[in-house]
Ligand binder design. Structure first.
Ligand code: DC
Length: 222
């Protein structure tokens, strides 16, 4: 192993990806964003119009070639050789990703890709089931939480739009819907591993969160 595995789980928009990327940069590791794989499958299914037909979905999924190339500070994901673009961050892709993530065939496929990418350690990986299912032996497990209002505010700011009441309400209902689906599903639901350290980021700056995790990672051998 070239470094430990830092597993960062939490609900949508709790700051996992930004935190994992910055933790990886500080440790000279790579950031492995598991949500990106679910989003990539959803994006292809939407674009090529097989997302709504379950049998066709299974057929197409088997044929997608997903590759991950370690390129500091992250991984480059390719689906059939294509690098997905900005569509991956669209709210519609996130909602569809949350739906496809409940399928067994999708989870098995993503699990295989993530484990291969993390084989040599030296990663900060974020998602919903990283500490529970994907890397249950990770040396450090973090569970990030934040109030739904704060998560909606951050999401709206990420999209660069005015955070008026209406937009915030819409984002809050989207986040609640996605959290409910991600937590209630039978397969690898969003769960805090018993040994995961919970950090509530509602009133913390990104730097404070990153400092705390980097400190813990160093204590555990990073
Ligand atoms: O982290 P994210 O918002 O990019 O994830 C998009 C969706 O993918 C999320 O709503 C649920 C799913 N997901 C998952 O089921 N398991 C993971 N480890 C990561 C994401």
């Amino acid at each position: 192993m070239n470094g430990i595995i830092v597993a960062i789980d939490g609900p949508a928009a709790s700051g996992k990806s930004t935190t994992a990327r910055r933790v990886a940069q500080r440790l000279d590791y790579c950031h492995l964003n598991s949500g990106l794989l679910y989003r990539t499958i959803a994006w292809l299914g939407l674009r090529d119009d097989w997302i709504h037909d379950s049998d066709r979905f299974a057929y197409e999924l088997e044929r997608i070639r997903i590759t991950m190339e370690r390129r500091s500070p992250g991984f480059i994901v390719r689906a059939n050789g294509e690098i997905p673009g900005d569509e991956l961050t669209a709210p519609q892709t996130a909602i569809r990703a949350s739906h496809v993530a409940a399928r067994l065939d999708v989870r098995e496929r993503v699990l295989e890709v993530l484990r291969a990418a993390g084989l040599n350690g030296g990663i900060a990986c974020d998602g919903r089931d990283i500490g529970t299912v994907v890397f249950p032996d990770a040396a450090l497990k973090i569970f990030l939480v934040a109030s739904v209002e704060e998560r909606a505010r951050r999401r709206v700011a990420d999209h660069g739009v005015e955070p008026d009441r209406e937009r915030l309400e819409l984002e809050i209902s989207r986040l609640r819907e996605r959290d409910a689906r991600d937590s209630a599903r039978d397969l690898a639901p969003l769960l805090r591993a018993p040994e995961a350290i919970e950090i509530d980021t509602t009133r913390l700056t990104p730097d404070e969160v990153v400092d705390e995790i980097v400190g813990l990672a160093v204590e555990r051998g990073a």
